[in-house]
Design a protein around this ligand. Structure first.
Ligand code: MN
Length: 361
């Protein structure tokens, strides 16, 4: 049941908050609010104490909050956050409140500090984000469904890719396809980068037309019930030369090496190194200028980062992308990206279709 997941998440949070000597935790990041409460609205704060959980929202979201967040007591936002909190904290006798220092604005911090005399504010870093790195069964199910829709959408966009079609038109069509397939919307501005533009790892689609001989990097993802997907394929238009084929095989080999080695216990940099070694050995180390991957969940980029100097330790239940690439300014680039679920002895591929051979359209 939905409520069991919420109860478990709240328990995990309380465990993380224990022994910090605080009376409660004010959560202001709407994504963290959604994770902990189930509430999908955007005007929301949570105040979580060791015994109780409150959801603060305004009149517009009242009904929705009652329905979506049954584990929470509703507090009506009346006037501003500071006056609502003032009354509430006094009533509950809460004096030492933690806040998310990477989400509460300086304006709100100062307002609360100045107006609520006697209130002590304690900054906390990434507490909910850390919990979010380990996906529960319900999240894994949703992300798998999102990954499935993403793969199906890629298959359906292929017939549309033709010489003379603009990158932007591919994005328009793909946006339509993902929605037809069940996505809520795109999880980021799709990257469709063809020919020389494919050397831009984040080359958002332009008016450039796809031409014969172009390599085309398509990097896209969806939102599905709040969860994201992220996948990249590189295809060749009309024909592919030896260099294109050779480099594609190298990127694929690097990805496979990583997919074969990623498991619980590795650090983010050790995972990155698996693929990087393969590309480095062939002399293209400098052309792989970004990290190997990133976590995917309620946000399309979250922890764990698989990258040089990433010390995070991979754990069972984390979901990450594995996306090696090589780029040559003035020539183009190749990237292959899939999503994996990390397990104790290896990782499970959530996307993976249509990449074993370079697709020549
Ligand atoms: Mn990605």
């Amino acid at each position: 049941m939905e409520e069991d997941y919420i109860t478990r998440r709240l328990n995990n949070l309380r465990k993380a908050l224990k022994n910090r000597g605080i009376d409660g935790f004010l959560i202001s990041n709407p994504i963290n609010c959604r994770y902990l409460s189930g509430f999908t609205g955007t005007s929301v704060y949570l105040l979580i104490t060791m015994e109780e959980a409150f959801l603060i929202t305004d009149f517009r979201y009242r009904e929705q909050a009652v329905e979506e967040a049954p584990c929470f007591s509703l507090v009506s936002l009346q006037g501003s956050l500071d006056s609502t909190l003032e009354n509430f904290l006094k009533k509950k006798r809460l004096k030492k409140i933690a806040f998310e220092h990477n989400y509460l604005t300086v304006y709100w911090y100062e307002t609360l500090k100045n107006k609520l005399s006697g209130l002590e504010l304690v900054p906390l870093h990434q507490v909910v984000e850390d919990l979010r790195t380990i996906k529960d069964i319900k999240e894994i199910k949703l992300i798998k469904e999102a990954a499935h829709i993403t793969e199906n959408s890629f298959k359906k966009i292929l017939p549309y890719l033709k010489p003379g079609v603009r990158e932007e038109d591919v994005v328009l069509e793909l946006d339509y396809i993902i929605k037809k397939e069940g996505a809520r919307k795109a999880s980021f501005d799709f990257i469709v980068a063809s020919g020389k533009r494919s050397s831009l790892p984040h080359g958002v689609a332009s008016k450039k037309k796809i031409e014969h001989g172009d390599m085309v990097v398509i990097d896209f993802g969806i939102y599905y019930n709040g969860y994201c997907s992220d996948m990249t394929r590189t295809v060749a238009m009309s024909h592919a030369g030896n260099r294109e084929r050779k480099l594609y095989r190298l990127v694929l080999e690097a990805q496979k090496r990583a997919l074969g080695g990623i498991k619980e216990g590795l650090s983010g940099e050790e995972a990155d190194e698996l693929a990087r070694q393969v590309i480095f050995k062939d002399g293209y180390g400098d052309n792989f200028g970004h990290g190997l991957g990133h976590g995917v969940g309620l946000e399309v980029h979250e922890e764990p980062r698989l990258a040089p100097r990433s010390k995070i330790i991979l754990k069972n239940g984390m979901i990450s992308t594995v996306e090696p690439g090589i780029y040559f300014s003035g020539w183009g680039g190749i990237r292959i990206e899939d999503m994996v679920l990390i397990g104790e002895n290896g990782c499970e591929l959530l996307t993976g279709d249509l990449k074993e051979e370079l697709i020549v359209l």
